[in-house]
Write a protein that binds this ligand. Structure first.
Ligand code: ADP
Length: 415
C-alpha cells in the first residue's frame, strides 16, 4: 500500500486509541478528539509535502496551553504527551497494518514526530522562560516596593519617634535643672507636657505594632455583639472637645442598621472609625462640617464619614490606605493630631483598612479631588458584614431591653 493510503487507514483507530489513552472523562475527550483529528491531518500534510513545519501551528497552541499553576509547579506536559502519542502510534500501526506496511508507516511518521518534539520542547522552554521572567519582574517590583516602604518607614519613624522623645527630654532636663527654683504649678505643667510626649510615643509604637500584626495576618478579633450606633456615639463623645476647639460641626445621624446587634470586635472597629474621623477633623478647616451616616445593605452595614475638607486626588485615593500613605512632607509629620492638615505617621488608614478587612468588610474613599481653595471634601465608606446569625436571638432581646434603658440619641444630633 502506498503511504497516503496507510495514513488514511490508520486515522480512525489512531484517534480512538490515543484519545482513550490520554483523555479521561467524556467532556474532555470530545474536544481532545477534535484536536487529535487536527493534529493527524496536519501530520498527513507534513508527510505528503515533506515539510514538517505544517505541524507548527498546533504544536504552538499545545505548548502555550499550560496553566499558570502548571508553570508554577514546573510541569512540562506537551513533550511528554508527544512521546506518548508516538508510542501509541507505533502500537496502532502494528495492530492495524501488515508488518511491512507498519514499518513503512512508522518510518514515514517518525521524522515528523522528532521534528515535532524538538519544536514543542523549544516552545515549552520559551513559555517557561517568559513565565520565569514575568515572575522575576513581579518579585523585583515587590522588592522595590518593600524597599520604598522600608525607606518610608525609616524616614517617618525616625521623625515621628524623635519628635516626642525630644519633647520628653526637654521637659525632663528642665525639671532636673530647675526643680529647686520651680513652683509646684510649673512642675505640674512640665510633667503634663512630658506625659503628652509619652502618650504620643506610645500611640505611635502601638500603631506600628498594629500595622505589623495586619501585615503578617496576625490581627485577631474579639468578636462580640456590637451596635454600630453605640460605637459612633462613644466616638463622638470622645472627639467633641477637639471638634469644638476647631469650631467644626459634627452631624451624627441615626440610620437603619445603627442599632442592629452585629458580631464584631468593638475595640478594633472603634479604632478604625476613630482613625477615619480624626482625619476628617484634621483635613477639614476650622468651622467646617463632618457628617456621619449609614444604611443597611444586603448582608452589610455601611457607615459613611463625610467632610468638607481639602479632598483627595483620584490618584491618591488608593495610596492613602497603604502604610506610610501620607501625602504630605516628612518634616510635617508629628505636626499635630488634630491641627488642620497636621501630619501623622501615615498608619491610621492602613490600620483602619486592616481592621475592616479582618472583619470581612471593605473600605474606600470618594472625593472629587484635592483642592485647598474649593474644599471638595471626602467621603469615607466602611462596609461591615452584618453578622447576626451567630447571636442568640434571646441575647439580642436582652441587649435591646438593656439598651432601651440608655438614653436614646435623637434621630439626628449635631455637635
Ligand atoms: P496620617 O497619620 O498622615 O493622618 P493616615 O493613614 O491616617 O495617616 O492618612 C493618610 C493620608 O491620607 C493623610 O496624610 C492625608 O494626606 C490623607 N487623608 C486621610 N483622610 C483624609 C481626609 N478626610 N481628607 C483629606 N485627606 C485625607
Amino acid at each position: 500500500m502506498i503511504v497516503p493510503e496507510l495514513l488514511t487507514q490508520v486515522r480512525e483507530p489512531w484517534i480512538q486509541r490515543v484519545s482513550q489513552a490520554l483523555a479521561r472523562g467524556t467532556g474532555v475527550r470530545e474536544s481532545f478528539v477534535a484536536e487529535l483529528g487536527r493534529f493527524y491531518d496536519l501530520m498527513v500534510q507534513a508527510v505528503i509535502t515533506g515539510d514538517s513545519a505544517w505541524l507548527e501551528p498546533i504544536l504552538y497552541d499545545w505548548a502555550r496551553s499550560p496553566t499558570e499553576t502548571d508553570l508554577d509547579q514546573g510541569q512540562y506536559h506537551v513533550a511528554f504527551v508527544m512521546n506518548r502519542i508516538l508510542s501509541l502510534t507505533i502500537e496502532v500501526a502494528r495492530e492495524a497494518l501488515s508488518e511491512q506496511d507498519a514499518l513503512d508507516y512508522i518510518a514515514t511518521v517518525i521524522p515528523v514526530f522528532s521534528y515535532g518534539l524538538e519544536v514543542v520542547s523549544r516552545y515549552e522552554m520559551e513559555t517557561r522562560l517568559t513565565h520565569i521572567s514575568t515572575e522575576m519582574s513581579d518579585v523585583q517590583k515587590k522588592m522595590e516596593q518593600l524597599d520604598r516602604s522600608k525607606s518610608g518607614f525609616i524616614a517617618v519613624a525616625a521623625h515621628e519617634l524623635k519628635t516626642p522623645l525630644t519633647l520628653i527630654e526637654g521637659y525632663a532636663s528642665m525639671i532636673r535643672d530647675l526643680a529647686a527654683s520651680l513652683q509646684q504649678k510649673t512642675i505640674d505643667n512640665l510633667l503634663e507636657g512630658m506625659n503628652g510626649g509619652i502618650n504620643r510615643l506610645r500611640q505611635i509604637v502601638d500603631d506600628m505594632i498594629d500595622v505589623s500584626l495586619i501585615d503578617n495576618h496576625l490581627l485577631s478579633l474579639n468578636l462580640q455583639p456590637v451596635q454600630v450606633g453605640q460605637l459612633l456615639d462613644l466616638l463622638r463623645n470622645e472627639l467633641v472637645p477637639i471638634i469644638l476647639e476647631r469650631q467644626q460641626t459634627l452631624d451624627l445621624r441615626k440610620f437603619s442598621g445603627s442599632d442592629t446587634w452585629i458580631f464584631a470586635d468593638p475595640e478594633r472597629l472603634y479604632q478604625a472609625l476613630r482613625n477615619i474621623l480624626s482625619n476628617a477633623i484634621k483635613f477639614t478647616p476650622d468651622k467646617g462640617s463632618i457628617f456621619i451616616n449609614g444604611r443597611t445593605l444586603p448582608g452589610f452595614i455601611e457607615i459613611t464619614i463625610e467632610d468638607t475638607g481639602i479632598g483627595i486626588s483620584p490618584e491618591n485615593q488608593a495610596l492613602i490606605f497603604e502604610k506610610f500613605g501620607q501625602l504630605g512632607r516628612v518634616d510635617l509629620h508629628s505636626s499635630g493630631k488634630t491641627k488642620f492638615k497636621g501630619g501623622g505617621p501615615g498608619l491610621g488608614l492602613a490600620i483602619a483598612r486592616g481592621i475592616v478587612e479582618a472583619h470581612g468588610g471593605t473600605i474606600w474613599v470618594e472625593s472629587e479631588g484635592y483642592d485647598e481653595k474649593k474644599m471638595p471634601g471626602s467621603t469615607f465608606h466602611v462596609l461591615i458584614p452584618a453578622r447576626t446569625d451567630a447571636i442568640d436571638p434571646r441575647l439580642t432581646k436582652l441587649f435591646d431591653s438593656l439598651d432601651s434603658n440608655r438614653t436614646q440619641p435623637d434621630a439626628q444630633e449635631t455637635t
